[in-house]
Design a protein around this ligand. Sequence first.
Ligand SMILES: *[C@@H]1O[C@H](CO)[C@@H](O)[C@H](O)[C@H]1NC(C)=O
Ligand SMILES: *[C@@H]1O[C@H](CO)[C@@H](O)[C@H](O)[C@H]1NC(C)=O
Ligand SMILES: *[C@@H]1O[C@H](CO)[C@@H](O)[C@H](O)[C@H]1NC(C)=O
Length: 267
Amino acid sequence: MASLLLTTVLASTTLGQATGKRGLAYNNDNPSKDAVYANLFKGNEKVSWAYDWGYPAWNLDPSFEFVPMLWGLPSGAAGEWTDAVQTPGVVNILGFNEPDLTYDASSNILPADAAAGYIEYIQPFAGTVRIGSPSVLWNNEGPSSGGPYNSTVWTEFFLGNCTGCQLDFLAIHWYQDCFAADGQKGADWFIGNVTNAHETLDLPIWVTEFECYGEEDEQIAFLEEVLPWMDGQEYVERYAYFGAFPKYLINEAGDGLSDLGRAYATI
Ligand SMILES: *[C@@H]1O[C@H](CO)[C@@H](O)[C@H](O)[C@H]1NC(C)=O
Ligand SMILES: *[C@@H]1O[C@H](CO)[C@@H](O)[C@H](O)[C@H]1NC(C)=O
Ligand SMILES: *[C@@H]1O[C@H](CO)[C@@H](O)[C@H](O)[C@H]1NC(C)=O
């Protein structure tokens, strides 16, 4: 019996399911040029994975699962990306970041080009790691890269062009006011949009960036509603609130969690 149990545990680890849902989006834009802000969450067992919009992991504490991302289209061979995906412990990968959007810091890629990029750089790893769709701003009503359409349509064009692609989950972003102009609560808006994402494509969901705009106590109230809701939805596999930075989940001094960060770690 003991060996049977062990087999089961190993199998679920291999599939990347053993890790909890809650994670961190971080970068190395800090004095020590590493994962120092993400690492401040060490020891909070509800926070179990992290990504940094790229690779490498910049000394992320090994208690977190690192999820490498290919942020945009590489200009040629991507040997370091291959090495990152094949690093022991990597069981999930993320593709392009906001390719559907056209602002300066988005990756802004036409659906057909993004699909060609997936076929070249991401799909060769199918079956060895779990693969996320490009991270799109699901509640963007348009325009999107390539035309006046919304991000759902961008994603459908991407999928239509990604012949033979195997995607294991849909990665989405969500930003909106904590209290919308029409009086609607951000939490209700969020829950409706995440439900819509799952129902539209029938894939498990990773919310790789989300935030409600408002005062810190309004954001905490938002988290108190949406975190338990996501934890209760089987199809929501992972999420990462924006982000592991001072004045967000980290305090202004950069040496501890903010009230918002403590709420994120413990709700
Ligand atoms: C996105 O655009 C499509 C095509 O116009 C439309 O059917 C769909 O309702 C739109 N989605 C949202 C959330 O507005
Ligand atoms: C492929 O993407 C282009 C936009 O880049 C779109 O016009 C076309 O309809 C897509 N093809 C499919 C089969 O979805
Ligand atoms: C997101 O929710 C808002 C508010 O309920 C709604 O107007 C919008 O169409 C939704 N978008 C998607 C993509 O579900």
